[in-house]
Design a protein around this ligand. Structure first.
Ligand code: NAD
Ligand code: DAU
Length: 336
């Protein structure tokens, strides 16, 4: 499938901006429109080097006028825009429903009207819910068992996407990516939070006993997986994207401290996340059969990411200096 003009929602966020960087390298002839509300997580600095090559529309995916304006002449939509942080969904779930569910619906409705060739929804492995033990790797046909307001909103959005494929014949595809890290990630997620805390000699707060396992995947691998599914995925299908890693939080913390030459005593075990999912793990064979492969094993990907945060201290110090970041540190971590 070929595209000329694509809409990337949430393109000023972490994975969205990594995708825009990747897409302009792979498809230099593309016209890319970025629609982003610029919430606390959106940052135009993430797109700074690409500014001359993209059209940026500041707007809300849940606002039909903004969406109508941004989708003009577009032949593919990639929906990255979301409220993405599980802990924030525990502090206040409403924006998660507004953006992740209602926003996705507004985009789908406009995509039908415009007659886009393809709609790609960026979803998450969290829709499968908590996996016990270390044996099972979720398959696309597995049942949904979302357990946090965030994952429930992403699962609801998925149903709406599939419903538009089935009921209205819209060409939809969907990716379920695993926990992603890399450049431009907002320092609320474990890896950038721990790197930037360690650089400031602040404690690394590990939830519970730090044994929860994630399949950490580099943002560039996530971007290439999404691009593969956009071009080669079968209409109406979902594709898992993961790095085949199973890494506990304790290992994340230890690797970061070791690489930065900081003491292990910075690790602080804190009250667990309510409803903390112990493990997610996907089987990405279906996406691999389309020709996708992940390039970054965790040690290499983490080393590259550490390098980026060391070289871009201005970027994260500006973000951490803002009220939205300080409010989260205060309301979520103090007294934990
Ligand atoms: P992020 O929080 O870094 O970025 C989200 C972006 O969406 C921001 O630029 C924000 O301004 C924008 N946005 C939020 N609400 C909006 C709205 N109503 N209208 C327009 N723009 C809006 O998120 P991320 O980590 O880059 O995640 C991107 C997507 O990937 C999300 O859909 C998320 O569910 C999914 N995902 C994330 C991960 C991960 O580990 N981060 C893994 C799998 C899937
Ligand atoms: O798996 C995909 C999902 O990965 C995405 O859909 C989400 O958008 C993304 O935020 C991420 O969710 P997680 O909950 O896995 O990410 P987070 O970085 O918040 O937490 C990763 C693990 O680290 C988890 O077991 C909780 C733990 N953790 C997290 C933070 C922020 C800590 O121990 N301490 C912390 O301070």
């Amino acid at each position: 499938m070929k595209f000329k003009r694509v809409l990337v929602t949430g393109g000023a966020g972490f994975i969205g901006s990594n995708y825009v960087h990747y897409a302009l390298e792979q498809h230099p002839d593309w016209e890319i429109v970025v629609l982003d509300k610029l919430t606390y997580a959106g940052n135009l600095e993430n797109l700074e080097p690409l500014k001359p090559h993209i059209e940026f529309v500041q707007g809300d995916i849940a606002n039909s006028e903004d969406v109508h304006k941004a989708m003009r002449g577009v032949d593919a939509v990639l929906n990255f825009a979301a409220e993405s942080h599980v802990d924030r969904s525990l502090l206040g779930p409403l924006p998660f429903v507004k953006t992740n569910v209602e926003g996705t619906l507004v985009l789908l409705e406009e995509a039908r009207k415009v007659g886009v060739k393809r709609f790609l929804q960026v979803s998450t492995d969290e829709v499968y819910g908590d996996l016990h033990g270390l044996e099972h790797h979720s398959l696309e046909a597995d049942p949904f068992r979302p357990r946090s307001p965030y994952s429930a909103s992403k699962a609801a959005a998925e149903h709406m996407v599939f419903a538009h494929g089935i009921s209205f014949g819209l060409d939809v595809v969907l990716t379920r990516g695993s926990n992603t890290y890399g450049p431009y990630q907002y320092p609320e997620k474990i890896i950038p939070l721990f790197i930037t805390n360690a650089l400031g000699d602040k404690p690394l707060p590990l939830y519970g006993d730090g044994s929860a396992v994630r399949d950490y995947m580099h943002a560039r691998d996530h971007a290439s997986g999404i691009d593969t599914v956009l071009h080669a995925g079968k209409s109406g299908e979902a594709y898992n994207l993961g790095a085949r890693e199973q890494i506990p939080g304790t290992e994340v913390a230890q690797r970061i401290l070791e690489a930065l030459g900081k003491p292990r005593s910075l690790i602080q075990f804190v009250t667990d996340r309510p409803g903390h999912d112990y493990r997610y793990s996907v089987n990405p064979s279906k996406a691999e059969q389309l020709g996708w492969e992940r390039k970054y094993p965790f040690p290499e990907g983490l080393a590259e990411t550490l390098e980026w945060y060391l070289e871009n201290q201005g970027w994260w110090r500006r973000v951490r200096g803002k009220r939205e970041h300080q409010d989260l540190m205060q309301s979520w971590y103090v007294g934990r």
